[in-house]
Design a protein around this ligand. Sequence first.
Ligand code: HEC
Length: 217
Amino acid sequence: VGAACLLVAACQQEMAVQPSVRPDEAGGNRPLVAGTVARGHLRADAPLYTGHRQLHSELRARPASLVGTARNPWEAIAIAVAQAENDYVEDFPIEVNRHVLDHGYNRFMIYCVVCHDALGTGHGKIVERGYTPPPSFHIQRLREAPVGHFFDVITNGYGSMPEYKQQIPPHDRWAIVAYIRALQLSQHFPERDLNEEMRKQWDEQKEKQAAAGRQEP
Ligand code: HEC
């Protein structure tokens, strides 16, 4: 966790968000004591690890049984927060640049494309064979969904979609989310933001489509 944090400059500031729990207390049969706070051990950075804005102090008062079901302390917190809150971050807790997008694309093609297809319309290979079809990323609800929601879906699963918190580390999950945002923009770029060159291409494309439509029997 600490090493992953080093990758992110913003992380240091976000570290102010506390409830950190001693990893050794999660092990064995001993249930994790709610309200256990230790410094210098595993720290939960809410935006980075959960996609939620903050960890609520209320969480510390949760029954130990609930927390005790998770694999490790910050997961316990992440799960509880995800279930209890609807407080998703709107902005990426990591810096998004070309490298991150390329990496996100790469991970997306490994983990997601089989169901969501390369464009994210939900017609992947597995779906063709009868798996529940996912919604398109280009529907209005998902275009308007905060980035934290996507992070949460990857982390904890969603309906019939499996969770990926074991296979995909948090930074890779954020890279995938960044790539999904890029995909969404590729299909719904605000027309007012087109520059002259893009507008020209757009008009030409519309012309061609109209012409193709006229040719159909
Ligand atoms: C095995 C198929 C499968 C894989 C692999 C998969 N998904 Fe999904 N995904 C689904 C299905 C099915 C749904 C719809 C679930 C439902 O509504 O019950 C879904 C839904 C979603 C949603 C929409 C949630 C909402 O609010 O409606 C997002 C976002 C998403 N998946 C992202 C991803 C990402 C990112 C990956 C790769 C890390 C991924 N999925 C991998 C099957 C898959």
